[in-house]
Design a protein around this ligand. Structure first.
Ligand SMILES: *Cc1c(COP(=O)(O)O)cnc(C)c1O
Length: 391
């Protein structure tokens, strides 16, 4: 047993605690939902999950998972290309490709793996990857694994993106990468403008729609639908671990040649176990519910988010306008964000304060995430608690 090393880790962990960067996990004793209970026995209203359309504990989805479990077994104990592909996986790939407006799709254990495995098989030192500076950690890691030229552009800054495209014009291929919805500000990438620039500079476009799939756009198909460019994005990565039921799994949706190459070469796909069949079956049910919902979830969530934003602004809070269910309440000072979140928790409201280094210094905030499962009464309780906390 190496004591030096564990001592070293203890020191590092203490440093994190001193710098207030240490993350504690709150333990839930109920399923995920708008009303949950935590291990300290507290019943709280939950405003910090990615359960945007309430699918995490949806009865139809749970039943589909149970049926999937009975029909296909618990697990595959194999990667896809050995003996880990069942028809339920092929069906989910077809359904998610269709839903996102793409030719084909390939499943991964998580979207983190999808982003980790998307660049390296497709692009090499002859190519350039141009990435929004605020992209998700998994995109950043995925880009690191490729040997391509790396160019970062300022967040959603189309002028700076164009500069990057100029800089990359001698590369063989260029790909622009962006989150569809950014998780800290809840802003939506201008995918229409990005596609137009891609066309001008003969580049590809990759959008990670993890925070968008299921409720952004009229029928929840994501940022491409929202921006009016459904079917025009070359590569869409997304997760089954947020709005689509929140269990696990990710995918890459793209043209058939891209998917075909990924099946041959993408390491997190080739060397990691198949998505559990019950999760695949339940995800198909989630997509079916969405397709049959006529945009009900998107419009309901928008109504609730608009209401909350407007009321908060009325109360004098600094809440930027926006079009997603991620609503940052800007408090700027780190201690204030922590204090208000604590006061809300006392009042039975669960939200998370974010400060540096998760967001820039001096941009501390409480991030509120709404779900279509929240009732108007729940939202009014949240408003009341914010009002009380700020008095
Ligand atoms: C959550 C998230 C991921 C990771 O998805 P998992 O399926 O949980 O691994 C990737 N990208 C973005 C933008 C995300 O928000």
């Amino acid at each position: 047993m190496n004591k030096d090393f564990t001592n070293h880790l203890s020191e590092k962990l203490n440093e994190l605690k001193k710098m207030k960067l240490y993350k504690n996990e709150r333990v839930l004793t109920t399923p995920q939902g708008s009303h949950i209970e935590t291990a300290d026995g507290k019943k709280v209203l939950n405003f910090c999950s990615n359960n945007y359309i309430g699918f995490a504990n949806n009865n139809n989805i749970k039943k589909a998972a149970v049926r999937g479990l009975e029909k296909w077994g618990f697990g595959l104990s194999s990667v896809r290309f050995i003996c880990g592909t069942q028809s339920v996986h092929k069906q989910l790939e077809k359904e998610i490709a269709d839903f996102t407006g793409c030719d084909d799709a390939i499943l991964y254990a998580a979207c983190f793996d999808a982003n980790g495995g998307v660049f390296e098989p497709l692009f090499d030192e002859n190519d350039a990857i141009i990435s929004d500076e605020l992209n998700h950690a998994s995109i950043i890691d995925g880009i690191r694994l490729a040997k391509s030229k790396r160019i970062r552009y300022k967040h959603m800054d189309m002028k700076d993106l164009e500069k990057g495209l100029e800089e990359a014009k001698d590369s063989r291929f260029r790909i622009i990468c962006t989150d569809g919805v950014f998780s800290m500000d809840g802003d939506i990438a201008p995918v229409d403008k990005i596609c137009a620039l891609a066309e001008k500079y003969n580049a590809l476009v990759m959008v990670d729609d993890s925070h968008a799939t299921g409720y952004i756009g009229k029928t929840g198909r994501g940022t491409a639908e929202y921006c009016g460019v459904l079917g025009k994005v070359d590569i869409i990565t997304t997760t089954f671990g947020k709005a689509l039921g929140g269990a696990s799994g990710g995918c890459i949706c793209a043209k058939k040649e891209i998917v075909e190459m990924l099946r041959q070469k993408s390491r997190p796909y080739l060397f990691s176990n198949t998505l559990a069949p019950a999760v695949a079956a339940a995800s198909i049910e989630a997509l079916t519910l969405l397709k049959n919902s006529n945009g009900k979830y998107s419009s309901d969530l928008k109504t609730k988010a608009d209401y909350f934003r407007e009321k908060m602004q009325g109360l004098g809070f600094d809440v930027p306008n926006g079009n997603t269910a991620i609503i940052p309440v800007m408090l700027y000072h780190e201690e204030l964000a922590v204090k208000i979140a604590e006061s809300l928790y006392e009042n039975g409201i669960y939200v998370i304060p974010f400060s540096f280094p998760v967001v820039p210094k001096g941009k501390a905030r409480i991030r509120v995430q709404l779900s279509s499962e929240h009732s108007m009464k729940d939202i009014d309780r949240l408003l009341e608690a914010f009002k009380k906390a700020s008095e």
